[in-house]
Design a binder for this molecule. Structure first.
Ligand code: FES
Length: 172
């Protein structure tokens, strides 16, 4: 039983180098992928959380917002953000906002230090009760101290309900 005579030294080295490069690439990418899509902590299940908004989205007018909350033992995952918000961050409420005929979904969490923002319907903006940050209908900062916009949420409509990408605590 000797070495396979059909495998040349060149072929062996080619496969060896390819394997080494693949392993290096995977080792380098894994932490980045985990940062972008962090695994659920133990006892949590990631997936769509079904919520009923405070009013049907069909009633949403341009310049208006409708809020929704996560059910008990559930929450939503922020898609982006900065400051107190981050991709993969947790939040427990959100808003559907219509502007320019487009509906956007934002997390309720202020990017400054994490208080819950409220919608001011007459001023058509979000206001944070803690330190006075304000955000426009596109979620952008119009008054500090917040430096970063509101985080987006991933939402799909399901009849009168919404399916918001989030997490549910699993009983131990
Ligand atoms: S937490 Fe919102 S302004 Fe400070």
């Amino acid at each position: 039983m000797g070495a396979n005579p059909n495998v040349s030294r060149r072929t062996f080295l080619t496969w060896y180098m390819a394997g080494l490069m693949t392993a290096t690439l995977v080792a380098g990418l894994a932490p980045i992928l985990v940062y972008i899509w962090p695994p659920a902590p133990a006892g949590e299940k990631l997936g769509d959380v079904t919520v009923t908004p405070d009013a049907p989205l069909s009633t949403l007018q341009n310049g208006d917002a409708i809020s929704f909350k996560a059910p008990q033992n559930s929450g939503f995952i922020e898609l982006d953000g900065g400051g107190a918000n981050s991709p993969g961050g947790r939040t427990y409420g959100g808003f559907a906002v219509m502007s320019g005929g487009l509906i956007r979904f934002f997390a309720i969490t202020c990017s400054h230090l994490g208080c819950s923002v409220a919608f001011n319907a007459s001023a058509k903006r979000f206001e944070c009760p803690c330190h006075g940050s304000r955000f426009n209908l596109q979620g952008q900062v119009i008054h500090g101290p917040a430096l970063f916009p509101l985080s987006h949420l991933h939402v799909t409509e399901s009849g009168n309900d919404l399916k918001v990408y989030g997490f549910t605590d699993q009983p131990a």
